[in-house]
Design a protein around this ligand. Structure first.
Ligand SMILES: Nc1ncnc2c1ncn2[C@@H]1O[C@H](COP(=O)(O)OP(=O)(O)OP(=O)(O)O)[C@@H](O)[C@H]1O
Ligand SMILES: [Mg+2]
Length: 610
């Protein structure tokens, strides 16, 4: 059986692609900074070259200063050593700063691109990707890539140079000693290869599980009130515990692999010193090598072996970096289904004329709207009714092209929405979504969200129409009241009214009210409708509602039934049809009549004339 946790974790099944491909892509990202990197590399090369000179100075001391008691030479060499150290430190400090800047700038750009990508994604992307996972990409995986750039690109490049430099310098002293030292490297390299094979999937698993844990944390914190209302804290805690344990175990698994390999790696690399001393001692004994050269050679052993010893560490960072890069590039590579067309056709004038022709739409496989046609002339009010799940919200989403339709056409102001610039199209529509979402910002900022910098008069007048003015003014901090996440601290009806004000504030040509007054009492709703009707500029308005009272004055009412237009007409026409609308009407009147203790028929007659 598919468990909750496995369902959450199965969302992201990244195919491990060729690592070379990822490397190339990371380097492409670094290419704008190549000049800075080149300066950093030159500084690093000179700095490390100086380091390679140190053993040669030691050789001079052993061979010339000590036997000849040449203290003048000793002072000169000591001064040289000091000078070289200062220059070296200066160069290495600057190369560190340069590389850090490069890595930070690269991540900054990656983060910017990722965010832009996320913003450009259509609704269907957010239907299938979880916020917690996205957050993991934006934090942990970006850090993984940064670490990769710093440790892999900088440190490994440096170590590779040191290795080659040490080979040459040590080789100039004795090729035999160099060969002996390198002999220790062969098993070390083989070992690092196997280590890489084991550690890479282990790191990928850690990151995956981290994303799952983030998702769970994010969902449960966001839904903490539901969890508490259903007293599900113990269950959710247990689920969290499971995911948390998995993260720990996967981390431990990676650490185990690391810890098992590392001592062997240390052992193999430290073999070089006794081997060198044995061989070097033998050469000195035979007189083919002077003592100073042997001591200098020991000064190179670690320079030679260290890069090999660190190989395991590089492999580790490399694996982590690539698995993070893989996930980031997965996002960056995503296409957007809903995007601006190559050739944009703008309506000559935006008036809010909407026309749907035989529109059929499906969420992936599930067909939700079939052959829907409707026309709303500028300034008209169209009400959409229908049972829950009949496709009302989906229908209005299509006006703003949140999704692309399967067949038919959606025209706004005479131009197919697929030909229009998305930004301009959406700017002409004021949406009051079914799920009210407010930002954790002041009420004033929330109302002015659609048009930052909107003057206070416009903000207040929108709030007046939305019947929000009164309650906002009464709040202790008034317009500056900061609402919590998603509008916490306001009642459901207050949130809806702020959300209506937000849609009205920038005077949209088309206004969509999706169940926008469901949490508002009928009297306030009537006031809102009156406010809307009294505006100077009339938007074409789509009202989705379940209450007959919300739609009674609409120019046309469309009744959807399982994605099809079942009925259309005015309130009076639809009542005469005695179809679905009439049925809804009678049901609602019956409810009122029952509450009032009168018979349904006369009550219905009274309302019919409204
Ligand atoms: N993002 C989505 N992905 C897949 N299916 C969806 C999605 N949103 C809605 N649906 C499905 O499409 C159908 C119509 O949904 P829609 O939200 O348009 O209904 P509605 O008429 O607005 O209902 P309600 O009155 O409850 O708001 C439903 O069967 C729903 O399950
Ligand atoms: Mg809906």
């Amino acid at each position: 059986m598919e468990t909750d946790a496995s369902r959450r974790s199965s969302r992201f099944n990244f195919r491990i692609r060729k690592p070379q491909g990822m490397l190339v892509r990371i380097f492409e990202r670094l290419s704008p900074y190549r000049k800075r990197m080149a300066v950093g590399v030159v500084m690093m090369l000179i700095g490390q070259l100086l380091r390679l000179l140190f053993p040669l100075i030691t050789r001079e001391v052993v061979n010339n200063v000590i036997p000849n008691r040449d203290f003048a030479l000793m002072w000169r060499l000591g001064g040289l050593l000091m000078g070289l150290t200062v220059v070296r430190l200066f160069l290495l400090y600057n190369r560190g700063m340069l590389f850090e800047r490069v890595s930070q700038d690269t991540i900054y750009q990656l983060r910017t691109d990722l965010y832009a990508k996320l913003q450009s994604q259509s609704h269907s992307f957010y239907d299938t990707h979880r916020i917690g996972e996205i957050m993991s990409r934006m934090t942990g995986d970006l850090e993984g890539v940064r670490n990769f750039i710093m440790n892999f690109c900088q440190t490994m490049c440096e170590q590779a140079f040191m290795f080659i430099g040490a080979l040459i310098f040590m080789g100039s002293i004795s090729w035999l000693l160099t060969a002996v030292t390198l002999a220790a490297a062969v098993p070390l390299s083989v070992f690092a290869y196997f280590f890489n094979k084991k550690i890479r999937p282990a790191h990928a698993a850690v990151r995956e599980q981290n994303a799952v844990l983030n998702t769970r944390t994010q969902e449960n914190i966001a839904g903490v009130r539901v969890v508490k209302a259903f007293a599900r804290e113990p269950y959710e805690s247990a689920q969290f515990e499971k995911d948390n344990q998995k993260v720990r175990n996967l981390h431990m698994n990676a650490t185990h692999i690391w810890s098992n390999f590392n001592p062997v790696m240390d052992f193999l690399s430290s073999l070089a010193v006794p081997m060198l001393l044995l061989c070097g001692g033998w050469l000195v004994e035979r007189g083919t090598l002077d003592l100073g050269s042997l001591i200098a050679a020991t000064g190179y052993v670690w320079v030679l072996v260290n890069p090999l010893r660190m190989l395991a560490n590089f492999v580790n960072v490399y694996a982590q970096g690539l698995s993070s890069a893989e996930k980031l590039f997965y996002y960056l590579d995503l296409g957007t289904t809903v995007k601006d067309p190559p050739e944009i056709e703008e309506p000559p004038v935006r008036l809010g004329h909407v026309k749907l022709d035989n529109v059929t739409f499906a969420y992936r496989e599930q067909v939700v709207l079939r052959d829907v046609s409707l026309e709303a002339k500028p300034g008209e009010t169209v009400a959409i009714m229908g049972a829950t799940g009949s496709g009302k919200t989906t229908l209005v989403y299509l006006l703003a092209r949140f999704y692309d339709i399967r067949s038919g056409s959606v025209m706004v102001d005479g131009v197919d929405v697929r030909k229009q610039r998305l930004h301009d199209l959406r700017r002409s529509i004021g949406f009051v979504m079914q799920d009210t979402f407010l930002f954790s910002d002041s009420i004033r900022e929330n109302v002015a969200f659609g048009q930052p910098g909107l003057d206070m008069d416009a903000v207040e007048s929108a709030a007046r129409i939305a019947q929000a003015y009164g309650f906002i003014e009464k709040l202790p901090q008034g317009w500056e009241t900061v609402v919590g996440e998603r509008g916490l601290g306001l009642s459901g009806g207050q949130k809806q009214r702020v959300s209506i004000a937000r849609a009205l504030a920038y005077d949209p040509k088309i206004l969509v009210l999706d169940d926008a007054t469901s949490a508002v009492d009928m009297e306030t709703e009537a006031d809102i409708q009156q406010g809307l009707a009294s505006r100077n500029h009339q938007s074409t308005t789509f009202i989705i509602a379940h209450r007959i009272s919300s739609v009674i004055h609409a120019d046309q009412i469309i009744v959807l039934d399982d994605g099809r237009v079942a009925e259309r007409g005015t309130h009076t026409e639809l009542l005469e049809k005695k179809g679905l609308y009439h049925q809804m009407f009678m049901d609602q009147v019956k409810d009122f009549a029952q509450i009032g203790g009168v018979s349904a028929a006369p009550a219905a007659d009274r309302v019919k004339g409204a």
